[in-house]
Design a protein around this ligand. Structure first.
Ligand SMILES: Cc1cc2nc3c(=O)[nH]c(=O)nc-3n(C[C@H](O)[C@H](O)[C@H](O)COP(=O)(O)O)c2cc1C
Length: 143
């Protein structure tokens, strides 16, 4: 199975979750700007939530995906408190790409910053457990 991880992160929180998924699956994570291979069985896509919306580059990335290249996706967002995964899934509607599962990771005010990054979010054991359950569920669906 060919699996890939792509993320968009302004402040490091989504990157931290992508890194954890990377550790679990033992595959590298890369920003959405990095080209995907011609065929992907499972793509983990993660992004942040900003002013109740997802990043415009993430929207473009999601628009660019097609079933010919990507068979299934697992979506994750990080936010202060709102669930942004539905917004990401909206961009995949009618593409025939299977959305296997989604994780809305809420960081509250941890590592919150309006102006520039302050390093990657430090994940707790509980955070890591939540991410592990998400990854296990997704991988279980792919078989
Ligand atoms: C400019 C800005 C706007 C934000 N707007 C929201 C929001 O509307 N709702 C929310 O729950 N969190 C909001 N947040 C919090 C971010 O979603 C949260 O810090 C997220 O983990 C950022 O991901 P990143 O560090 O990967 O960029 C905002 C953060 C910033 C910097």
């Amino acid at each position: 199975m060919k699996a890939e991880i792509r993320y968009q992160s302004r402040g490091g929180n989504t990157l931290a979750v992508a890194q954890e998924i990377s550790k679990i699956l033992n595959i590298p994570q890369a920003p959405i700007e990095e080209k995907l291979p011609d065929m992907v069985d499972l793509l983990f896509i993660g992004g942040g939530v900003y002013m109740f919306d997802i990043d415009k580059n993430m929207k473009k990335f999601l628009d660019s995906l097609s079933y010919e290249k990507v068979k299934a996706v697992a979506i994750f967002t990080t936010s202060g408190h709102i669930n942004g995964t539905g917004k990401m899934a909206d961009y995949l509607k009618d593409k025939g790409i299977d959305v296997l599962d989604s994780l809305s990771f809420k960081a509250g005010v941890r590592n919150y910053h309006l102006f520039g990054g302050q390093g990657t979010l430090k994940l707790t054991q509980d955070d890591k457990g939540i991410i592990q359950v998400f990854v296990d569920k997704v991988v279980g669906k792919v078989g």
